[in-house]
Design a protein around this ligand. Structure first.
Ligand SMILES: [Zn+2]
Length: 290
């Protein structure tokens, strides 16, 4: 009871809101906003496909999420990846609907920063809480829907794309947050990300729905353009570093626009998210065979 009251007060103080939209083909979009998403300039989105849930949004919006999903059976929660802005309500929803939670490679659940969330992540999204997840196989069957699981590591080791074959809709989580090469988190591998973008493009999806609000029809060209842009920026970064440039100087050459926003995000996230991380990551991981 107290927990519920606290949770509602918290949602109000975060100025959290939810929009529910019927997208057709048995798919519903849930779009979450808060004071922080407004500052960052994007929403956090999760989806329902028949009786399967794709992601759950962030913990600060919990009462709104639980209310929006009241009255319909959910057979399984399918996580595109384990980050707290998408798994924030897994525990509460699994308990309420008595359903399993599926994560790809759940052995990585306690890594990549989730075991020790930095202050900005707790502030923006809240704590997801510990949850038991079952390993995601190659397919998730609901009573009224089915999703094919496409491994899509890069943004995280747990990342997948979920493909609904009847409408040819693909749910890509954070595989596609923005066009082109961009800032990454410390744990990311841009080469794997580019490979994953190509793998998803090969499905020839008719619609792409992302974890932060993008709804794109016929997304193949966009996916391939992002993969190419990452590979070009990676090759150029490695070349400049080999010539003795420091990552910060490489960033100025590779990403001439938006320097101030990037430095601000780097400061807020204590260096966990930045374009300099992109340069460090491509140097660290290298393209196999290079
Ligand atoms: Zn993420």
């Amino acid at each position: 009871m107290m927990k519920g009251i606290f949770s509602r007060l918290n949602a109000a103080s975060q100025q959290a809101s939810i929009n529910v939209e019927d997208l057709g083909d048995g798919i519903t979009a849930y779009r979450l906003h808060s004071r922080w998403t407004r500052m960052l300039g994007f929403e956090v989105s999760f989806y329902r496909v028949g009786d399967l849930l794709v992601d759950t949004g962030f913990a600060h919006a919990r009462p709104l999420v639980l209310q929006a999903l009241e009255g319909g059976a959910i057979s399984a929660i399918c996580c595109t990846h384990h980050h707290e802005d998408h798994t924030g309500n897994v525990v509460a929803l699994a308990e309420r609907h008595g359903c399993p939670v599926f994560v790809f490679q759940p052995q990585f659940l306690d890594s990549e920063g989730l075991d020790n969330l930095l202050p900005y992540r707790r502030l923006f999204w809240g704590r997801p809480g510990d949850f038991a997840a079952e390993a995601m196989g190659s397919r998730i069957m609901g009573r009224h829907a089915e999703l094919e699981v496409i491994p899509a590591p890069g943004h995280s080791q747990t990342h997948v794309a979920l493909f609904e074959p009847v409408s040819r809709t693909v749910f890509v989580g954070d595989l596609y947050v923005a066009p082109g090469a961009s800032a990454v988190m410390t744990y990311e591998n841009p080469y794997l990300l580019a490979d994953s973008l190509r793998r998803v493009a090969a499905l020839e999806p008719r619609r792409m729905l992302t974890g932060h609000g993008i709804d794109a029809r016929n997304p193949v060209d966009r996916l391939l353009a992002k993969a190419r842009s990452i590979e070009r920026a990676a090759a150029r970064s490695c070349h400049l570093v080999e010539e003795g440039e420091r990552p910060r100087a490489v960033v100025r050459r590779i990403f001439p626009k938006g320097q101030r926003k990037d430095r601000f995000l780097e400061w807020v996230t204590q260096g966990e998210f930045s374009r300099a991380n992109f340069v460090r990551a491509v140097v660290k991981h290298g393209r196999e065979g290079d």
